[in-house]
Write a new protein. Structure first.
Length: 119
């Protein structure tokens, strides 16, 4: 028959004072508290990257349109074909860039008004 396991008693070891201030173990340092997370900083960064990427896309469309205009003799494009291509590409890109940059600058203005600071 198995013998019952005895529960440890306070007499088995020193009493632990949980309220006493303790130092970290030798060789360990205190952990620094992380700075508080501010999601607004991340939002501003993402909005800025998005706005600049879309402006780069617009610049790419404009440069491509000029490149096509200068190479019409090589590509056998007529002026009406070139105009149609530019309209099809530039119209949605200009709309998208306008909406995104308006949102970016509008959000910056709104957050500056809330916090009372200018950017």
């Amino acid at each position: 028959m198995a013998e019952p396991i005895e529960e440890p008693t306070p007499a088995d070891g020193p009493a632990i004072d949980e309220t006493a201030a303790t130092e970290p173990a030798k060789g360990l340092t205190y952990v620094q508290k992380a700075p508080e997370y501010d999601p607004q900083e991340r939002l501003d960064t993402v909005r800025a990257k998005l706005a600049f990427c879309l402006m780069g896309l617009l610049a790419l469309v404009i440069v491509g349109a000029f490149a096509l205009a200068f190479t019409t003799s090589l590509t056998q494009l007529t002026f009406s074909d070139l105009r149609l291509i530019i309209e099809l590409l530039a119209t949605p890109v200009v709309t998208l860039v306008g909406a995104a940059t308006g949102f970016y600058f509008g959000a910056n203005l709104g957050s500056a008004r809330r916090t009372g600071r200018r950017r």
